[in-house]
Ligand binder design. Structure first.
Ligand SMILES: [Zn+2]
Length: 306
């Protein structure tokens, strides 16, 4: 049976149609805690990708058969509360985040004093509930919607199971939290890996599409050259961070001094996560630069550029 489906624009004046892909532009163009979801519609099935807080706020005024997640993080799942009985798909490495709140928290690896407050936020502000019908996929899977396909490209680093999705019929790639922003890659959680993220940036550079949709900030980037420039700038944040750390560490510095110097956030940012993230980042880069000889350990707790 072939169903005729049409996206209802009610509540979504700012949606963007890219053939079978509809970009459900989030509040503030997807600025956290919001995000940009997409709806992919084939002849047999419609799949909602990363149902955002904006989707949760506005409700679902269109057909959805399944939900697909680029990864399991609090801001990518709140719209699931509007479709509690619908099957959900995610990469096998992130499925733990859908089984329980404890599972999700293990992916972040936050210090106890921050985690307690964040748990409440995830429940109250992001409507977290364990999912009943989860199926998983791995790299290279293809989801057939009838005349339209979603191809899974595993792009770990932000989380272990983070994936990009290519919809060839729309010449569109969905990049999730490979967000192309000036902030650069976020690789500071227990489930993150800097090296995997760098590999994934290479993988993204090979994606053959004309439109690139990010969950936050940049929304839709059209034109592959423009995308490649933005991808390069996004990745260069990592190199700049290491160069800035090496300059700072021309004199011996401790992990704590590096964290307080802030190589991730601007001085004006004052969230409860700042010190934890700065410490994680400093540790990740100190470990890497010790291993490749750019730093040496000079005392039990201090390190210096070579
Ligand atoms: Zn995320």
């Amino acid at each position: 049976m072939t169903m005729q489906r049409r996206f209802a624009t009610e509540n979504w004046d700012n949606a963007l149609e890219l053939g079978p892909v509809t970009v459900l532009t989030g509040q503030d163009q997807g600025k956290y805690p919001h995000g940009n979801s997409i709806l992919v519609t084939g002849e047999n099935e419609a799949i909602l990708v990363d149902p955002s807080l904006t989707v949760a706020d506005r409700g679902i005024s269109f057909d959805v058969d399944r939900i697909l997640l680029s990864h399991v993080h609090e801001d990518h799942i709140p719209g699931m509360s509007r479709l509690p009985d619908i099957p959900v798909l995610c990469h096998e490495e992130d499925a733990i985040g859908l089984t329980s709140l404890d599972g999700l928290m293990s992916m972040y690896g936050l210090p106890e004093e921050i985690e307690e407050e964040f748990r409440k936020e995830v429940l109250e502000d992001f409507s977290y509930a364990p999912s009943k019908q989860v199926s998983t996929f791995t790299d290279g899977a293809t989801i057939h919607l009838g005349g339209v396909n979603i191809e899974v490209i595993h792009t770990p680093g932000h989380t272990r199971g983070h994936c990009a999705f290519l919809i060839p019929e729309a010449r569109t790639a969905y990049l999730g939290d490979i967000e192309l922003s000036g902030f650069g890659p976020y690789y500071f959680d227990a489930w993150s890996s800097l090296e995997s993220f760098e590999n994934s940036l290479q993988v993204c550079g090979e994606i053959d599409a004309d439109h690139f949709v990010t969950f936050h900030h940049k929304w839709v980037v059209s034109g592959r050259d423009q995308f490649l420039n933005m991808l390069r700038d996004f990745g260069s944040v990592i190199t700049k961070r290491e160069l800035a750390m090496l300059a700072f560490m021309s004199e011996p510095k401790s992990l704590e001094e590096c964290a307080l110097q802030r190589f991730v956030y601007r001085p004006a940012v004052a969230t409860k996560f700042v010190h934890h993230v700065e410490t994680r980042s400093a540790q990740i880069h100190i470990d890497r630069m010790l291993a490749d000889g750019r730093l040496i350990q000079v005392t039990e707790s201090s390190f210096q550029a070579t």
